[in-house]
Design a protein around this ligand. Structure first.
Ligand code: O2Y
Ligand code: MN
Length: 596
């Protein structure tokens, strides 16, 4: 393979990082096995019982390195105003020298792995080639599941093919004779997850965990891709993609933007309770959408695997995910059973009398601590999902009929409603949010955190420009060819805090209504907030729900909506002068309709 830029990148990085050796990954089974065996031998991983969990491994992270670190994530654009009010910004002229100091000699005593990878199906016009340099074998084995990586990508880098350079180090050089620790990483104040949008570079230092280290995912497929999408006229979004088939065999593709921990993976793998309906999975976290030559929006899932939250995943809540992780899976920070299988809180059965917890300590049901970390993860190939859709790797993408936006709202926001048009739909996306729960340490529990299109931690530029880009996408084609936009809220509660809507498989009733709206067959009432289903517009057959609760999940409380509109006004004001005028117009129109 000849690509001068690729080899100069490697040479330059080797000079900077001074590893003991450099290794270019081919992505083969043998290479993967070698790395996993090496991690087991040095005590960094546990091979799980092959009879129970074939070809699967457990890693335990350092207790300080367990999740994405938003405070240490930076958009280092040349001008501060281009990062906008929702991002941490450092001037690249300061950040680059600072990080170069950290990177100098950072791979001493380690191997520098070079991972050629592709986000999106190989040879799809949507896809992007990239190269991640890392000193973490854990990252290599996870990237092999999460992306297309290795020799097939290397072939495509031949000539002068463009690629996105991604640099990662755990930030723990080894002195001669120094013994390594199972999960090397740097202290919090030395961690940097940095993005340079003008030069399309990602530099990550100090963390070996998930979104901080598997640079194809949040760093490339969302933060950098959102900038490319703005410049090239497409959308890079934090959305699941599902295929819905009606009893008549009609197919719909639906994207859904939900903030982290709102059940995107569960919805993407849903088992409908409505007879005759089927949901299949195209993607569970990220969608890249482009216009096709027919003027419709088409989406691909740029990833090849799932990096899902284990706690709460059970045969009841998500049977497809449980099947997906039966083999070839890397688990991180779950508990280990005495017969070398995995366990986590919410797996759906009682804990055995003894476990090894995510710290590597003995654990019994009397222990006061959790056996698995709440952000414990499974990394599993998407192709293993029993719900995987036959078109999930279609290089042309799948045509999108509807986009859902939603968060966790105990009140105010009804189960589902449809926007009046694209601009109003962008307003729904711009104003969506979730109540801050006790799971987040904050003095703002109960307050709504606005999270535009669930992209708050992932927009690589100014949030106002991002919303403007959504508006301009709506002007780029015939309006009848655009997906319809819906707001959904599975989380409405009664006065005692009980969920009013059963959720999970019953959400298929909402999907069926969405499909009916796309088809023009489902009814709705025009309200101040949008088109709302009446009770008779939803298929509620066989659903065991109290009629008063059902009425409540669809109720619009005008007073609560007036307060909501005031909160939205504050939220827009915090986004400063780049907030699009069209969204202020939508707010005014909402307030006028509420006053009527
Ligand atoms: O904690 C992490 O590093 C993972 S975050 C994550 C992983 C998979 C899908 N979504 C997310 C997210 O934070 O939205
Ligand atoms: Mn996510």
């Amino acid at each position: 393979m000849k690509n001068d830029r690729f080899y100069s990148f490697i040479k330059e990085m080797e000079k900077l990082l001074t590893p003991d050796s450099v290794y270019i990954c081919d992505g083969s089974t043998e290479e993967n096995q070698r790395l996993l065996d090496m991690e087991v031998d040095r005590g960094a991983a546990v091979k799980l019982n092959p009879e129970k969990r074939p070809n699967s491994y457990l890693f335990r992270s350092d207790p300080s390195d367990v999740a994405r670190v938003e405070d240490r994530t930076f958009i280092s654009s040349e001008k501060e105003e281009d990062a906008g009010p929702t991002n941490n910004w450092i001037d690249p002229r300061k950040l680059k020298p600072k990080m170069l100091d950290l990177y100098r000699g950072a791979m001493k005593g380690r191997v520098m792995y070079v991972i050629p990878f592709c986000m999106g199906p190989l040879d799809s016009p949507f896809s992007k080639l990239a190269v991640e340099i890392t000193d973490s074998p854990y990252v290599v084995t996870n990237m092999r599941i999460m992306t297309r990586m290795g020799s097939e990508v290397l072939k495509r880098l031949d000539g002068d093919a463009e690629f996105i350079p991604c640099l990662h180090s755990v930030g723990a050089p080894l002195e001669k004779g120094e013994k390594d620790v199972p999960w090397p990483c740097a202290p919090m104040e030395e961690k940097y997850i940095s993005h340079f949008p003008e030069t399309c570079e990602i530099w990550s230092y100090g963390s070996g965990y998930g979104g901080n280290a598997l640079l194809g995912k949040k760093c490339l497929a969302l933060r950098i891709a959102s900038v490319l999408a703005r410049d090239e006229g497409w959308l890079a979004e934090h959305m699941l993609i599902l295929k819905l088939t009606s009893p008549k065999g009609k197919i719909y593709h639906i994207c859904g933007a939900f903030p982290s921990a709102c059940g995107k993976t569960n919805l993407a793998m849903l088992v409908p309770t409505l007879p005759g309906w089927k949901v299949e999975t195209v993607g569970d976290d990220i969608a890249w959408m482009r216009f096709g030559s027919d003027g419709r929006l088409y989406a691909i899932n740029p990833e090849a695997g799932f990096f899902g939250v284990a706690p709460g995943t059970s045969w009841d809540s998500n049977p497809a995910a449980m099947t997906t992780v039966e083999k070839n899976t890397i688990f991180t920070n779950v508990a280990l059973t005495d017969d070398d299988d995995v366990y986590w809180e919410g797996i759906g059965y009682d804990a055995p009398d003894h476990l090894i917890d995510w710290h590597g300590n003995d654990w019994t049901p009397d222990s006061q601590t959790k056996a698995a970390h709440p952000n414990a993860r499974f990394t599993a190939p998407a192709a293993q999902a029993p719900t995987i859709s036959d078109d999930w790797e279609d290089p042309r993408g799948v045509p999108i009929d509807a986009i859902l936006v939603g968060g966790r709202r105990a009140g105010t926001v009804p189960l589902v409603y449809e926007s009046f048009d694209w601009q109003h739909g962008v307003f729904l996306g711009a104003t969506m949010g979730s109540e801050i729960t006790a799971a987040i340490i904050s003095d703002k529990v109960g307050q709504v955190r606005r999270d535009p299109f669930a992209m708050l931690p992932f927009i690589g530029y100014h949030v106002g420009d991002y919303l403007q880009h959504w508006l301009s996408i709506g002007k780029s084609t015939d309006k009848n060819k655009l997906p319809k936009i819906f707001s959904v809220n599975w989380f409405r509660r009664d006065e005692d805090g009980h969920f009013l809507w059963p959720g999970f498989g019953e959400n298929s009733r909402v999907l069926a209504w969405v499909a009916g709206r796309c088809e023009g067959t489902a009814g709705a009432e025009k309200t101040a907030i949008g088109y709302l289903p009446r009770l008779e517009d939803l298929d509620l057959s066989g659903l065991d729900i109290n009629p008063a609760d059902m009425a409540e999940v669809l109720r619009i409380d005008k007073k609560a909506w007036q307060q909501e509109s005031e909160q939205i006004a504050d939220h827009f004001a915090s986004y400063e002068e780049r907030m699009p005028q069209e969204l202020f117009d939508e707010l005014k129109a909402l307030q006028k309709r509420l006053a009527e």
